[in-house]
Design a protein around this ligand. Sequence first.
Ligand code: BG6
Length: 503
Amino acid sequence: MAISTSVQKKPDPCSFVIFGVTGDLTHRLVIPALYNLAASNLLPDKFCLVGVARKGTTSEKLRADLMQGLRKFATRAVDEAIAKRLLDCVTAIEADPREPESFDTMRDQLDKLEAARGTGGNRLFYLATPPGAFLPISRELGRTGMLKENGMWRRLVVEKPFGTDLASARALNGALLQLMDEHQIYRIDHYLGKETVQNILVLRFANGMFEPIWNRNHIDHIQITVDEKLGVGHRGSFYDSTGALRDMVPNHLFQLLSLVTMEPPVKFDAHSVRSEKAEVLSAIQRQSEADALNNSVRGQYLAGKIGDTDLEDYRKTEDVKPGSTTETYAALKLTIDNWRWAGVPFYLRTGKALCAKRTEIAIKFKQAPFAMFRDTPVDRLSQNFMIISTEPTEGIELQFNTKVPGPTINIDGVEMKFRYKDYFKAEPSTGYETLIYDCMIGDNILFQRADGVEAGWQAVQPFLDAWKKAGADGLENYKAGSEGPAKAEELLARDGRSWRKLG
Ligand code: BG6
C-alpha cells in the first residue's frame, strides 16, 4: 500500500518468476492482476515473466494457456494489445526441486534472459504452489544463490496456508529465514488486498472522532463474520485435512481482528504497522483446552438448499472421508489481554454453505443509560453498531437511534451508510493488484511478518488441540443454507448477546 502522492511510481525492472504457473491461482488471480497492472501502466518498463513449467512446455504453449486463462478470469474487458505486450514477456523454464540440477540450469537461463532483456538481476519468485513445495523450492533457490541480494533485490512470495499449526509455522519460518532475510519474504493474505480492509487503518487513524471511543469504556463487544454460501466444491481433499478454523481464522479473520484492535503505529511503515499487529495478536488470551471447548462451536453442514442450488452432505463431497469430523463452520469467543480491550469479548465466526455471503466487522457500542426515557413510550433503545463490511458490498455503516417524527417521543434505529462504489470509481480488480505491485516496489506493509503469523497460530492452537482430542464429540450439524449451528447462537446468548442475522 504505497503511500502515494497522486502518481504511482513504476517498479524497478525485474523478473517475475511463477512456480505453479499452470495452476488455478495463477490463472484466476495472478495473471489477471498482472494484466490490470499492465493496463494501468504499473508494470516495470523492462519485465520478464517467467513460468516454471513441466518438461516439454514451450513458451508459445504457455502464452496460449495463460491467454486462455486471462480471457476467462479477467476482471475487465481484455485489450488485445495490452494482453499481447504482457504475454510477450513470458518465457517457460523447467525446474523441479526433485531434480536439483534443474535449478542450476534455471539460474543460468535466467541470467541470460535478463541480460538479453536488460532487466538487471531483480527477481521476484512467486510460489503459487501447494504448500508442500514451498520449502523444497526455496531451498533450491537458496542453494543456487538465487536468493542472494548483491546490489539487486531478490524476493519470495509465499501463499497461504503458512503452516498447519504453531509448530509447523515456526519450522517453516525458521527454515526460510536460514535461506534469506525477513525483508525478502512476502507472506500473502489476500484479505489485505481488499480496499475496505486497508481502509480500517485510515478509518481509525485518519479521523479524530473514532479513536477516543475505540476501547473497553465504550465498546461492548466486536463480532467478526466471514461466512460463505459456497460449499467445499472440488477442494475436498485440501479442505478435509484443513477445516474452517485453519483455513480462515489465523489468517483472514485475524487480519481483520488485528487491524481493528491494534494500537496506533508511530509511523505508516511496514515495521511499525506489523509490530503493532503482531503485538495485539500475541495479547489474545491463551485458553486452556477446557476453556477452548467452552468458548467455541464447530459444525459440519448437512444437505440443504442454498438459493436454488441443492448441496449434498459435506461428508458426501468428492475426496472427503465418509466419517470426516472436519469442521466446515467455526465460532470462537476470544479476549485480548491488554489495557484497551480488557473485558471486551470478540466473537468470530466463519463457515461454508450458509445462507449468505457476508464478511464484516460489527462493533457494538455500549448502551446509553435508559434513565431519561423511563416515563416515555420508549421501551428500549436499539443497539449502536458500526459495521465495516467487504461482502456483500464494501463500505461502512453506522446504526444509531433517532426520534420517529410525531408528537410523542418514539425512538427507532436507523442506518447511515457509506458505500465505496457510491463515492469512488474503481475498475473491477482481483484484489491482488496492490499486493503484487507492493512486492515489486518492496513495500511489505500488507504482508505478514514471521512473528505475526506465529502469534496467530499460537492463539488458535488450544482450539486445534481441544477439537482434535474431542473428535466427533461436540461437532454440531447445520443445514446447508441456514445461519449455522444453533449452538453458535448459544455462545453469545449466554453472555446476553446475539449475532447479527445473516439472512
Ligand atoms: C481462501 C480460503 O483463503 O479464502 C477459501 O481457502 C475461502 O476456503 C476464501 O473460500 C474466501 O475468500 P473471500 O475473499 O471470498 O472471502
